[in-house]
Structures are given as structure tokens and as C-alpha cells.
Design a protein around this ligand. Structure first.
Ligand SMILES: [Zn+2]
Length: 184
């Protein structure tokens, strides 16, 4: 993987191609010990993925990526706290990833909890509080619109923090497909 190929556009195309392999049932990487050992002394992550901790969205699987390829920062509803931001910053500044991808997903329990007033009354949860602040001005409780809006808002927040390119996408747990969102 020569360095001149590690542009943001190249990185996004790699992730989209990996998701297509995953959807097609032709994933290339089986997460074998030999690949883990090969990456042990020479990790070359080209993207950081800021996603949800949801058990259905393991980013290495849905983007068909092997050891050493991507850094995963996963919190409930990809809420950004100080540590998550610090992790993204480390991926960009220290590990040199070319792209940060914010990955929301359908059927997100953190989004659903945020939109449920009674849940918020009964739980003190920093992740849903952060999501509520992010979506507070959207004026909608449509889950699809909120999911996408939360991704776009998170992209904009990170663009104000890190020097790398930042893109946004949504993973559909019912199809396995990732849709890259317009976030310009
Ligand atoms: Zn989620």
C-alpha cells in the first residue's frame, strides 16, 4: 500500500469496496492469526471509523478489513466525549489515517432511547444527552432523519477538530449495506 495512494478519496473507496464484498458474501479477510501477526509490528491504518458500540455493527466485518487497516472508535450512538475525540485525534495525528468516517446505523438503540422522553427522564446517560444536544434543533422525531442528521452533525464537529478529511455514512442492519451521506 504505497503512501501516495492513501488519500481520503482512496480510503473511502476502499471502505465502500470492502462493504460491497461483505454484502456480496465474498469477504476477503477471515481474521486469521497469520494476519494478526503480520500486522503486529507494522500496522498501517488508513481510516478511523467512529461508530456505535452496537453488537450488529463490527466495523472490521461490515467493511471487510483486516488487522492493521482501520482504527475503530465505538461508543453508544457514536457519541463524542473527550476520550472519543482524543482517540480520533490520535488516529489522525499519530497514526496518520487519511480519513475519518462517522458511521451511524439503522435500528440504533441509543437514537431510539434519545427520542423516548420517558427513557431520558429515567436514565442519566451521557451518550443520549450528547445525542439529544446534537439533534436538538432538528425539529423532527423521524428516526431515519435523526440518524442521518446526527451523523452529519458529528461529521461537522470532527471537521472543526481534526485536520484530516471526515465523511459520514449509515449502515443498514437489515441489508448489510453502507450508504455514504452527502456531508459537504
Ligand atoms: Zn447504535
Amino acid at each position: 500500500m504505497p503512501d501516495q495512494r492513501r488519500t481520503p478519496d482512496w480510503a473511502l473507496a476502499e471502505l465502500v469496496a470492502g462493504n460491497q464484498r461483505f454484502v456480496d458474501g465474498s469477504s476477503r479477510y477471515g481474521h486469521r492469526i497469520a494476519a494478526a501477526l503480520a500486522a503486529a509490528t507494522n500496522p498501517r491504518p488508513y481510516a478511523a471509523i467512529v461508530g456505535c458500540m452496537d453488537s450488529r455493527v463490527p466495523v472490521e466485518a461490515v467493511f471487510d478489513q483486516d488487522f492493521g487497516a482501520v482504527c475503530a472508535i465505538r461508543t453508544a450512538g457514536h457519541a463524542l466525549d473527550r476520550i472519543a475525540v482524543a482517540s480520533v485525534t490520535m488516529a489522525v495525528e499519530t497514526l496518520g489515517v487519511a480519513l475519518v468516517l462517522v458511521l451511524g446505523h439503522t435500528r440504533c438503540a441509543a437514537i431510539a432511547a434519545t427520542l423516548e422522553p420517558r427513557w431520558s427522564d429515567e436514565h442519566d446517560n451521557a451518550a443520549t444527552e450528547m445525542i439529544a444536544r446534537n439533534i436538538g434543533t432538528m425539529g423532527t422525531v423521524d428516526v431515519r432523519a435523526v440518524t442521518r442528521g446526527h451523523v452529519v452533525a458529528t461529521v461537522r464537529t470532527l471537521r472543526g477538530i481534526v485536520a484530516s478529511a471526515v465523511a459520514g455514512a449509515v449502515y443498514d442492519v437489515d441489508t448489510g449495506r453502507v450508504e455514504v451521506l452527502p456531508t459537504a
